[in-house]
Write a protein that binds this ligand. Structure first.
Ligand code: 6R9
Length: 672
């Protein structure tokens, strides 16, 4: 270099800047992700992305060694066959998830805050350090063990979002039991169905829940549920409020008993592919499916996406406002942040309690750096106006995230401009219970890389999205729409459906052999960015909650002969529920009373959010000659797109449609 610089000044300058840039790029990418230093030919971020896709094994092996703490190293990075639904990662490795989420941080920074519990009662947050969360987890692990919970057992958790719920999840992980968190808004019947399907012998709950200032009787709901779950031997009851509840011989006062336990609990050495948890979600049949996630791959994927999608750094306060009953709460309130040694907020309340400033007052008080929420809440808050946001200091915010459903441009712009003062990148993150963690999101990408409103845009490391046409052929060009598949396995993906591997294969592997089929449709723009267009199956998404139309239709009401439920676009909720109901011959229509009765049934069987917004009584449903209900036709009627109804010649009785159009007009004239 010195020699070259003699004589030709220009050459010196060029060569100097060449080496400087090279050094900087290398340095940058390794500073961004230390593992990258060991990847051949990876000198910038786009090369890193390409490397992760075309050398996914080397990529994940390096990340797994660097970011997880192993009891025994793995000998095989992956052993997968997507066409048979066989997925294994980090084979031969052993680790303990709770050790990865707690002990290793306790060694380096015991007093760091792990959880900030944002209780329903605003301004009464509780901070839990890593040391005390480990202690809580160990006591609980010992308590479960003393009560006979063994490695491989499944524990159902029916609790609001709170530190004891997190400790319960981690205690299961510590002793090698699987957890099955059921959203505390679900009814006794829905809970019972999930307890039975999971073959769970132990339930953990609280005396009462508190949300939006209202008390819910969670223990009573569990009492009702377990009446139809003969396998349940014990129910641990924590006290969320001071009100005593009736206890039976089966019940154990959790906090009291925890105090008697040791604060040290030997962690079980788990195989990478042992089950970490089941989580039920809706599919297109009446029966919810228990997706199974395993230890190492899930944890690693949650941790890496949390770190890179949100640009989470040490010391940041991460505020995911999802309930722990959903996958978002699992991956981004609990496992991702804790694996990264982060500080995570557990949000127990609602966006409008005590008023529509709740989120932003919380951001100010807790100094939140990354805020992760749902479009439905953003749309709701937008309607209350900007003042509720402006009242509070949001200068700590660095990244805003959105998840659960498509975010419309208006909501996106408001989130970006008003909440983030135009300073913070908004990441619209696409993923599913099945994917374990975020798969498509605008970040990570270069700091100045464009972000298009309402688009998830870019695949995460190693994710290879593929669009299929209606014939199942791969669409290779841009500016096309198709069925969204993922072309190669990644560590975070679900491994099976509990007790029903056949359904797993049929739902995700069979539609496009060799690919994982997501059930969503997507558009790939001219630039190659992805935009999710919605479900292709009979699943609707109400305020970010998945419900199968069949689950609602499955209600056994004596007056109903048959029904068809569809989703329609709804201002606030994203999608609303519209039910077409055919009554039995001898039933006299008592419109309002019957509607009330049907609504009660749905909220009893599933949850309140699944109740139809509209119930239209009809004489018959449009069907094909083979007897299949033509939902497409019903959707078009509700969307008032009569031209789009299309060819009705395959219908058994085309006049049914006329009657439905008429009835829809009458109903929607009456109901708002
Ligand atoms: C994480 C979660 C998954 C379904 C998914 C899709 C919809 C999620 C989205 C999105 C558009 C986004 N979805 N994120 N649609 N844009 N950013 O929500 O999991 O409850 O299993 O729902 O939600 O339809 O298939 P889950």
């Amino acid at each position: 270099f010195m020699l070259l610089s003699v004589g030709d000044g220009r050459l010196e300058l060029n060569i100097y800047s060449y080496f400087r840039d090279l050094g900087r790029r290398r340095c940058n990418v390794a500073a961004f992700m230390p593992e990258a230093a060991g990847f051949d030919g990876v000198s910038d971020r786009s090369a890193l992305q390409e490397f992760s896709v075309s050398n996914s094994e080397s990529f994940w092996a390096a990340v797994a060694r660097q970011r997880l703490s192993w009891i025994r190293p793995f000998h095989t990075v992956q052993d997968c066959d997507l066409s048979r639904g066989e997925i294994k990662w980090f084979v031969g490795g052993q680790l303990n998830v709770s050790v990865n989420c707690l002990d290793r941080h306790v060694h380096t920074c015991p007093e760091r805050v792990a959880l900030i519990w944002e209780r329903d009662e605003s301004g009464s947050e509780v901070k839990v350090t890593y040391r005390s969360l480990l202690e809580m987890t160990c006591r609980l692990g010992n308590l479960l063990r003393r009560h006979g919970v063994k490695r491989g057992d499944c524990v159902t958790i029916y609790m609001p979002t709170c530190p004891l719920a997190v400790a319960s999840m981690l205690a299961c992980a510590r002793i090698g039991a699987a957890h099955n968190v059921v959203f505390a808004g679900f009814s006794a019947e829905a809970l019972a169905e999930r307890i039975r399907d999971a073959q769970s012998g132990t339930v953990i709950t609280v005396n009462q829940g508190v949300r939006g200032g209202k008390v819910t009787e969670l223990k009573k709901t569990v009492d009702t549920a377990v009446q139809s779950c003969p396998a349940v031997q014990q129910v641990f009851v924590a006290m969320r409020t001071e009100n005593p509840v009736a206890m039976t011989a089966r019940d154990v006062a959790m906090e009291e008993e925890m105090l008697k336990e040791d604060v040290v609990c030997e962690p079980a050495a788990m195989d990478s592919e042992d089950v970490l948890f089941l989580l039920y979600t809706s599919g297109s049949t009446g029966k919810p499916k228990g997706l199974v996630h395993t230890q190492a791959g899930y944890l690693l994927y949650a941790a890496l996406t949390h770190r890179y999608v949100f640009s989470y750094h040490d010391g940041d306060v991460f505020g995911c406002v999802a309930d722990i009953g959903w996958i978002t709460g699992h991956s981004y309130s609990v496992y991702g942040p804790l694996a990264n040694g982060g500080t995570t907020v557990l949000f127990e309340s609602t966006p409008i309690y005590p008023d529509p400033g709740r989120y932003w007052e919380m951001v100010q008080r807790l100094k939140i750096n990354q805020f992760y929420g749902a479009p439905t809440a953003i749309r709701l808050l937008l309607k209350y106006g900007d003042e509720w946001v402006h009242k509070y200091d949001r200068s700590t915010l660095k990244t805003l995230g959105s998840v659960g459903e498509p975010i419309n441009t208006e909501a996106w712009e408001w989130y970006h401009r008003v909440v983030g003062d135009g300073r913070c990148p908004v990441v619209d993150t696409w993923w599913q219970t099945e994917t374990g963690g975020i798969c498509i999101s605008p970040r990570p990408s270069d700091a100045d890389a464009e972000i298009v409103p309402g688009m998830a845009m870019r695949p995460f490391f190693s994710i290879k999205p593929t669009l299929m046409d209606t014939e199942g052929k791969v669409l290779t060009s841009n500016d096309v729409s198709g069925a969204l598949c993922i072309a190669q396995p990644w560590p975070g993906m679900a491994r099976t459906i509990h007790n029903n591997h056949q359904r797993f294969i049929e739902t995700y592997c069979r539609p496009h052999p060799g690919y994982f089929f997501t059930g969503d449709g997507a558009y790939r723009s001219k630039e190659g960015y992805y935009q999710i267009t919605g479900r292709l199956d009979d699943v609707i998404n109400v305020s970010g909650h998945r419900i199968g139309t069949a689950e609602i239709e499955d209600n056994q009401c004596a007056a109903v002969a048959e029904s068809a439920v569809i989703g329609y676009s709804h201002d606030l909720k994203g999608q609303g529920v519209y039910a077409f109901v055919v009554l039995k011959n001898d039933v006299e229509v008592q419109g309002a009373a019957l509607c009330q009765q049907l609504n009660n049934m749905v909220s009893k069987k599933i949850a309140k959010y699944a109740c139809p917004d509209f119930i239209q009584f009809v004489q018959r449903l449009p069907k094909t000659r083979s007897g299949k209900i033509m939902r497409r036709v019903l959707r078009k009627v509700v969307e008032r797109d009569l031209d789009g109804v299309g060819d009705l010649s395959t219908l058994d009785d085309p006049t049914a449609v006329q009657e439905i159009i008429q009835g829809h007009g009458d109903l929607c004239g009456k109901q708002p």
